[in-house]
Unconditional design. Structure first.
Length: 679
């Protein structure tokens, strides 16, 4: 029989009513249980206090017995005990008992005192009433200023025996006889009134503790004020027997709550489960998680609503993946400017967006006879494959497709591998831009693509075509920029045949040093600009000065030394060259501050300017000049090494020496680094 849950229980109001019903059932039980628990607890505390009082009395009686036993030992002292040279062997039994009971023994007379063992009492003259007790042969109990407990008895020789009673002898035996667990109880025995009270292990009472006391009356036997015995126990130890009841109480309450809640809410939960699933689905969508679907099998309107919700999240998932893939393709095209890197990003994103087994992207070359770069993404891994070539018929079919999917094209399955046996590499999409055919995409998946997935793939394909076209444009712009820089450098170097190729050689060597220092790509690009343009200021230096075959006079030297500042002024209007301007301005500064134009020192000179200065001087040393022939390579290297700390930075020179040791003078003529970063 299936119980039908009222519709109101599926609302917040219905759940509130159900909760009130549960509380109404549990409240009387809880009140009675708590009242019983408090009663048992109060009874346990009362019994614990009574037990503590009885334990204190037992310890107190034992304390009196121990004092009396100590007095008997002291009264039985042999008469020779105080004689000088008397050996303990005269009364070995008494001696052993006395040493176990007393920590000190002193014989006191009217004129002097003799210590038998231990230390004497401090500052303890007898009172008149105590002297009377001793004259009658009674014991006297005293405390000295250090807190030691002394028993005093008259000796047979009209002297007094003063014995300090061992605290362990006095207290531990009564505690043991009382049967107290030292881990649960604390015992304190103190005089009720004394200037130097006997210290206790801890305070007699405190928060969360119970205590029992008993006063030990010592006036008759020992002529002393009463002592108080206090036995304390923590509240947790006293209530240990109640803990079992407490656990049973809470377990019972939990059981009752569980039964009531289970019986009253099982149907409510069953009816509201679809709503909870939908709410969870909405929260996942809010967090941009579109991959999980809502599972509802209630055979009612909730199930229909869940189906609509799943369709909506699927559409959102597809759209967001498409947007993310397109954005990644755009970023790759703008950031790298390399067609193969754009293709690799596109292959991975297309496979993720379309949930395909294999996606391959082929990028056409700049010229008709260039090979097509081939990138493949399968199992989440991107692989750059060998270049491929398409024949004229295949290229023409791709051009004729006009931006539509081609099924069964021969090129789509040309690169199929054995691991792709379960896929269908039948779909191919040509990538065209305003320049014509720039590439193509092939898709392999076991299930055929739906029309919606084909639309998504076409959107991404069009975006990839634009990205590849932009990458081509960036390559051309970079090539134009590099060509302009190289033309400027050659223009400067052409002013004098003695410096022909100088800027390119200095740049090549500087880049090798920078690679040795592991500088970033941005620093390499800046160094490339600065190296090619570092002598652009020599445009303003007369050729006669540049080709002068002897020492320069003051005026000529001033003209020559003005070229760094002039070069910086020439580059100032061009914002793209602003990062390279410090290299141009400061490449003749020295770390000892004797350089020009500003006389900067050490780290105040920009790092790239310090680096290029080494390469610039080396190329000048090994090159012929109108006033001298170039030095041999080793002499130039030695000259650079000897200028560490004066003209050059030591770190830059060491990197230069590493390059020369591995590559030699040929490092100046490496042109591969000049165009680094261009596709």
């Amino acid at each position: 029989m299936r119980i039908s849950v009222p519709l109101t229980l599926q609302t917040r109001l219905g759940r509130r009513i159900a909760l009130l019903f549960v509380l109404s059932a549990l409240l009387p039980i809880a009140v009675m249980t708590v009242q019983g628990y408090l009663s048992v607890r109060s009874r346990a505390i009362a019994e614990a206090r009574g037990e503590l009082s009885r334990a204190a009395k037992s310890i107190g009686m034992g304390f009196i017995g121990q004092l009396a036993g100590a007095g008997d030992i002291l009264r039985g002292a042999p008469g020779e005990i105080g004689r000088p040279g008397a050996a303990p062997s005269l009364e070995p039994i008494w001696y052993d008992r006395a040493r176990s009971a007393f920590t000190s023994l002193t014989i006191v007379s009217a004129n002097a005192s003799r210590v038998v063992w231990g230390s004497p009492p401090s500052g303890m003259p007898l009172k008149a009433d105590e002297s009377v007790r001793l004259s009658h042969g009674d014991l006297v109990l005293r405390l000295d200023t250090t807190g030691r407990t002394w028993l005093v008895v008259p000796n047979r020789t009209n002297e007094q025996l003063w014995a300090a009673v061992d605290t362990r002898y006095l207290i531990e035996e009564p505690i043991r006889r009382a049967g107290l667990d030292s881990t649960m109880f604390t015992v304190c025995v103190q005089p009720t009134a004394a200037r130097a009270p006997v210290p206790c292990p801890q305070a007699a009472t405190g928060p969360g503790q119970l205590a029992g006391t008993w006063n030990v009356f010592l006036a008759y036997e020992f002529g002393a004020n009463p002592w108080r015995v206090t036995v304390t126990e923590t509240m947790d130890d006293a209530l240990a027997p109640v803990s079992a009841f407490q656990r049973t109480f809470f377990l019972s309450m939990l059981t009752v709550i569980g039964i009531v809640v289970l019986l009253s809410s099982v149907q409510v939960r069953r009816s509201l489960q679809p709503l909870a699933e939908l709410k969870s689905g909405v929260e996942r969508v809010a967090q941009r998680d579109f991959t999980k679907r809502v599972a509802v099998a209630s055979h009612d309107e909730f199930e229909d609503l869940a189906a609509s919700f799943n369709w909506m999240t699927g559409q959102l998932d597809s759209q967001f993946r498409t947007i993310a893939a397109g954005s990644a393709i755009d970023r790759s095209a703008l950031a790298s400017g390399r067609g193969d890197e754009v293709a690799a990003t596109a292959a991975a994103r297309l496979r993720e967006a379309m949930r395909c087994d294999v996606v391959e992207v082929l990028v056409a070359g700049e010229r008709f006879d260039d090979g097509w770069r081939h990138v493949r993404c399968a199992n989440g891994e991107v692989e750059v494959c060998e270049e491929v070539r398409l024949d004229a018929a295949e290229l023409q079919q791709l051009r004729d497709a006009g931006g539509t999917w081609i099924e069964g094209h021969a090129a789509a399955g040309r690169w199929r591998r054995n691991g792709d046996a379960g896929s269908r590499p039948n779909l191919l999409f040509p990538l065209s831009s305003h320049e014509g055919l720039v590439g193509m995409v092939t898709v392999a998946r076991a299930e055929p693509l739906s029309n919606e997935e084909r639309v998504v793939a076409r959107q991404l394909g069009d975006q990839l075509a634009v990205g590849l076209a932009n990458a081509r444009l960036l390559v051309r712009l970079n090539g134009l920029s590099y060509g302009a820089l190289l033309a400027l450098a050659r223009t400067v170097d052409a002013k004098s045949h003695w410096t022909a190729g100088h800027s390119e050689r200095v740049t090549a060597l500087s880049l090798r040093i920078a690679h040795n220092l592991q500088l970033s790509q941005a620093e390499l690009d800046t160094l490339r600009q600065g190296g090619l343009l570092h002598d652009i200021g020599k445009i303003g230096v007369p050729a006669a000065v540049l080709d002068h075959d002897g020492p320069l006079n003051v005026e000529q030297l001033a003209l020559m030394r003005a070229h760094p500042a002039m070069g910086a002024r020439i580059l100032a209007p061009i914002a793209a060259f602003s990062p390279a301007a410090p290299i141009v301005l400061y490449h003749h500064e020295r770390v000892d501050g004797l350089g020009y134009p500003e006389g900067l020192k050490g780290d105040d000179i920009p790092l790239l300017a310090r680096l290029l200065a080494v390469a610039d001087v080396y190329d000048a040393l090994v090159s012929d000049r109108p006033y001298r022939r170039g030095l041999p390579e080793q002499l130039a290297v030695d000259a650079i090494r000897s200028a560490i700390g004066t003209q050059f930075d030591g770190t830059m020179v060491r990197a230069f020496l590493d390059v020369m040791a591995t590559e030699g003078d040929a490092s100046r003529f490496r042109t591969d680094g000049l165009a680094l970063g261009l596709a």
